[in-house]
Design a protein around this ligand. Structure first.
Ligand SMILES: Cc1cc2nc3c(=O)[nH]c(=O)nc-3n(C[C@H](O)[C@H](O)[C@H](O)COP(=O)(O)OP(=O)(O)OC[C@H]3O[C@@H](n4cnc5c(N)ncnc54)[C@H](O)[C@@H]3O)c2cc1C
Length: 439
């Protein structure tokens, strides 16, 4: 990437899952890093309270043939799992047009192998980090639970469609076992009440997937990066990227200018605002989601991470807590927590696991903005016109699943190595040929 030599000092903007992974991976390669985040610590943006799933089995983009129908079906409902809130914002309309153009089976299938490669690299990097922490006399603690992910279906047709999709995943090396309702209960006995109500037509089990707390991970990795010499500037907003011709030379913050030989924009939903003044369209738009976290019920608490395809929520056990997450709203950058939408996630959780009902009062609600690209894959790599400005953002629904792998792959690219996997399918250039809309 750099014709002379790799950069000595890289500025990484954003200390979520993706930014801390990038900073840590660069530091492992001996590069000096300044990590900048406008919040008080790591993992306080969208990485704070997500669904917790590290789900290589579910890397398919959300854009698919069923989505336009679902948007229409749920139109006007306050608690709709998918909601469109039109804004007077050309970025929203351009994003939507691109997203709708991707709502085809072939487009969905096309991204799966690329996302999967990053998900598998994430698995490998998390295992490597654990060893690196152990070698340094530390433990990488983020409540990881390696009990697989179980997808449950209420109707046989959706199950049959999903089983069909697993054939592609199997060819790519990720097995998912089709399960009868009784087998679902063997895997996760806490689903007993749901099965008795006839809520489960069957399931798909991905044994090798896991779940964990992305906020704890971000904090632990940021601390480890600092031990490797990374300078972490907290409560520091990057106002703009300073450029000279086609070259970035630093970043402006309220505290003054920060100099660097390269800049990585890993600012999640804040990425578009940083890139736009440089004439760079990021193709990333926020998709708001909600989560609820409550104490795990005293008896018969779920252990296995669950994706409930009917209720459109994911559920993960994080230590002695239970988290459910869901909802998708295309409605701009507003982070107001709307009670009916948050309550809808809680109600879905309690209807699946009635044993969690008594903990309702202790529920903590949260919402966050998934940084979404139209095609469901992140943007990773250099930017057109600026050889030393890189993007690692747009991980949408999959930032936890793809984050560590994305950090490793980009760090390798920045350091001039042959990035594995090949990052060209994640290049921002893939959006520029879209018919009818200029870059
Ligand atoms: C409800 C919900 C459930 C989810 N469930 C899952 C799941 O189960 N599995 C999964 O894989 N993914 C899941 N995701 C997606 C995942 O959480 C995100 O993709 C991921 O957190 C994005 O990480 P990030 O580092 O890119 O962004 P963030 O975590 O948002 O980090 C970006 C950081 O940049 C900082 N920043 C922004 N602008 C600036 C600036 N100008 N200057 C300085 N700092 C700045 C922000 O403060 C923030 O800390 C879920 C998301 C939501 C909302």
């Amino acid at each position: 990437m750099f014709s002379v030599q790799p950069p000595q000092q890289v500025i990484v903007i954003g200390a979520g899952i993706v930014g801390v992974s990038t900073a840590y991976e660069l530091a492992l390669r001996g590069v000096g890093v300044t990590l900048i985040d406008m919040r008080e610590g790591a993992g306080l943006g969208t990485s704070f309270a997500n669904g917790g799933q590290l789900s290589a089995c579910e890397v398919a983009p959300w854009a698919g043939p069923e989505i336009p129908g679902l948007i229409l079906k749920w139109l006007g409902r306050d608690d709709a799992p998918f909601r469109l809130r039109p804004k007077m914002d050309p970025d929203q309309w351009l994003w939507l047009m691109r997203f709708l153009a991707r709502c085809r089976s072939s487009a969905r299938r096309e991204r799966i192998p690329h996302n999967l490669e990053l998900a598998l690299l994430t698995r490998a990097r998390l295992a490597a980090y654990r060893e690196q922490f152990a070698a340094a006399g530390e433990a990488l603690e983020f409540e990881q639970r390696e009990k697989g992910i179980l997808r449950i279906f209420r109707d046989r047709h959706s199950l049959a469609d999903a089983v069909e999709e697993t054939k592609l995943m199997a060819r790519l090396g990720v097995e998912q076992e089709p399960l009868t309702p009784a087998q679902c209960i063997d895997i996760e006995p806490a689903l007993g009440p749901a099965m008795q109500r006839g809520d489960i037509a069957g399931g798909l089990y991905s044994r090798t997937d896991s779940s964990g707390d992305a906020h704890l991970y971000s904090v632990a990795l940021a601390a480890a990066a600092q031990r490797l010499g990374v300078r972490f500037m907290k409560t520091s907003r990057a106002d703009s990227i300073l450029t000279d011709g086609g070259w970035a030379r630093g970043v402006t913050t309220a505290e003054g200018e920060v100099e660097g030989d390269a800049v990585v924009v890993a600012a999640g939903a804040g990425s578009a605002a940083l890139l736009k003044p440089l004439g760079l369209r990021s193709y990333i738009y926020p998709l708001k989601g909600y989560s609820v976290t409550l104490p795990a019920p005293a008896g018969n608490a779920p252990e296995v991470s669950i994706t409930d395809e009917e209720r459109k929520i994911v559920i993960s056990r994080l230590g002695n807590r239970l988290r459910a997450a869901g909802q998708a709203e295309v409605g701009g950058y507003d982070l107001t927590l709307e009670r009916p939408r948050a309550e809808a996630v809680l109600s879905a959780l309690v209807s699946l696991f009635p044993q969690a009902g008594p903990e309702r009062e202790a529920a903590e609600f949260w919402c966050g903005l998934r940084p979404m690209t139209p095609d469901g894959s992140p943007v990773i790599g250099a930017t057109p016109g600026f050889a030393n400005i890189f993007i690692n953002s747009g991980h949408g629904t999959l930032g936890w699943t793809l984050g560590a792998g994305s950090g490793a792959a980009l760090a390798e690219l920045i350091c001039g190595g042959a990035s594995q996997p090949d990052l060209s399918p994640f290049s921002i250039r893939r959006f520029q040929g879209f018919t009818g809309i200029s870059g």
